[in-house]
Design a protein around this ligand. Structure first.
Ligand code: HEC
Length: 279
């Protein structure tokens, strides 16, 4: 009896689930969600042929150094990189003296040993990149009521991170006339900037990379076009978000080779063990 009752209750729940699923399906087809400016004009990031793509991908150190230069000279005015320690810059090929100089050029927070009051001192390789604003209120006040996010993990926290950052930096444009015709209410508000790669199409960051040669690259480096600078800083932010990516990929390849070898071994021992048995 209990079994039958239990079965009936289960059947009831399963039936309701199926019913509501079908209901939702019918509603979606008969009254589809109204199109919005975001649903029609948001674009997926353009794909860049990064040196770190694919299972054997690796970072291009000179590109990372250029990206670090773009970050330092342009982005660091507003964006912190607070999860990254100066000593990690050794990955980019800087030596100890260079890292010490990079750290020393930045003021990091500290406490006065005598009075206990908050103060600052020049950084050391063990310090992390300091914050740009003391708090979010100050950040908002300086940026049209938007907080510039910390960029340490941005390349991992956004879908298709490095491509996204590159597309975002090079994607600022005038709002398409077609959009305004279709969605007159979706005009970019005062102080925001139209960018089809940003989720809601309008962001508070003004285009940070606007002119070729905004950053001067060293001898033998590619021309600092807006696209090149955007690629370089995106690659640098990918490194910041996943400095151990190369190790992860090479471990993955080694594991696959080992598993392949173990499979062959297992198959051969299977053959060997059953060799004298009739099937
Ligand atoms: C003048 C200040 C300023 C500068 C310089 C600046 N940004 Fe921004 N950035 C902002 C603000 C403000 C936001 C927040 C925008 C919003 O939420 O609408 C932002 C947002 C972003 C975002 C996040 C978008 C998202 O998906 O949330 C990325 C990525 C970014 N900036 C990258 C950069 C890079 C790379 C540079 C240097 C080339 C740079 N920014 C230079 C102010 C700045």
């Amino acid at each position: 009896m209990v079994r039958i009752l239990g079965g009936l209750v289960g059947l009831f729940f399963a039936g309701m689930l199926l019913l509501s699923f079908l209901w939702g399906g019918v509603a979606f087809v008969s009254a589809p969600p109204a199109p919005t400016a975001e649903s029609e004009f948001h674009e997926h990031p353009r794909q860049v042929a990064w040196s770190f793509n694919g299972p054997f991908g690796h970072y291009d150190k000179t590109q990372l150094q250029r990206g670090f230069q773009v970050y330092t000279e342009v982005c660091s005015a507003c964006h912190s990189l607070h999860q990254v320690a100066f000593r990690s810059l050794a990955d980019l090929g800087y030596n100890e003296a260079e890292i010490k100089a990079i750290a020393k050029a930045r003021q990091v927070p500290d406490v006065d040993p005598k009075t206990g009051e908050a103060t600052t001192r020049p950084g050391t390789p063990a310090d992390r990149f300091p914050l740009v604003y003391p708090n979010d209120v100050a950040a908002r006040a300086a940026n049209n009521n938007a907080v510039p996010p910390d960029l340490s993990l941005i390349a991992k926290s956004r879908h298709d991170g490095p491509n996204y950052v590159h597309s975002l930096l090079t994607g600022f444009q005038a709002q398409p006339a077609e959009l305004l015709k279709k969605f007159p209410d979706a005009k970019t508000p005062e102080g925001l900037h139209y960018n089809p790669y940003f989720a809601n199409l309008n962001l508070a960051m003004a285009p940070p990379l606007t002119a070729e040669g905004q950053v001067t690259y060293g001898e033998g480096q590619p021309k600092p076009t807006v696209d090149q600078m955007a690629q370089d800083v995106s690659a640098f932010l990918m490194w910041a978000a996943e400095p151990k990516m190369e190790a992860r990929k090479s471990t993955g390849v080694a594991v696959l080779i080992f598993l392949l070898f173990a499979t062959v071994l297992a198959y051969l021992s299977y053959q060997n063990i059953w060799a004298d048995k009739k099937h």
